[in-house]
Ligand binder design. Structure first.
Ligand SMILES: [Cu+2]
Length: 176
């Protein structure tokens, strides 16, 4: 009887540890911020941990739920919210990178169907070495309600996404 309990415990331990470690990159808490049903862009956030001995470079993200996906970084400059496209993101060996509101985010452009809290979004992260990582993000309400910063709009989605141009950060879109 005791051994059965041990076996069960082992089973649960292994099945939860099995979750998302692949190629040394682990994705923590992937989520997509809920937006009004008419929104043309949404933002996804997560933390990427690199458990490997080599630096890894995230170069693109794909999803069956969106037409196009870009990597973006938001910043505040002289009180103005700015956003720039980033062509690659390095995750140092044994390091991590956080995608979070007001900073790095995965910009999901042109949803094929409206998404609401509780929905799931499948994302495939592609790395420079040709490997990829499949993750599933939860759609949920953003904000978190901390601190006195009550934003009435999402700082990561000003309108007119298509028009933004950031000559200096932008390289060719097809560099393979
Ligand atoms: Cu963006």
């Amino acid at each position: 009887m005791k051994s059965l309990a041990t076996l069960l415990t082992l089973f649960f331990l292994t099945s939860s540890a099995w979750a998302s470690s692949q190629h040394g990159i682990e994705a923590h808490d992937p989520w997509v911020r809920e937006a009004p049903p008419t929104a043309r862009v949404l933002a996804a956030y997560l933390q990427l941990h690199n458990h490997g001995d080599k630096m890894r470079t995230l170069v693109s993200v794909e999803s069956p739920s969106f037409k196009r996906i870009e990597l973006h970084r938001s910043a505040e400059k002289d009180g103005m919210a700015t956003m720039a496209r980033v062509m690659k993101i390095m995750i140092p060996a044994h390091g991590k990178v956080s995608f979070e509101p007001g900073s790095l985010h995965i910009m999901l452009i042109n949803p094929l169907a409206p998404l609401k809290s509780g929905d799931k979004v499948d994302l495939t992260l592609h790395f420079a070495d040709g490997s990829s990582l499949n993750i599933r993000a939860d759609v949920r309400r953003g904000g978190g309600g901390t601190s006195g910063m009550a934003h009435h709009h999402d700082p990561d989605h000003p309108m007119g996404m298509q028009k933004e141009s950031h000559g200096d950060m932008k390289k060719h879109e097809h560099d393979h």
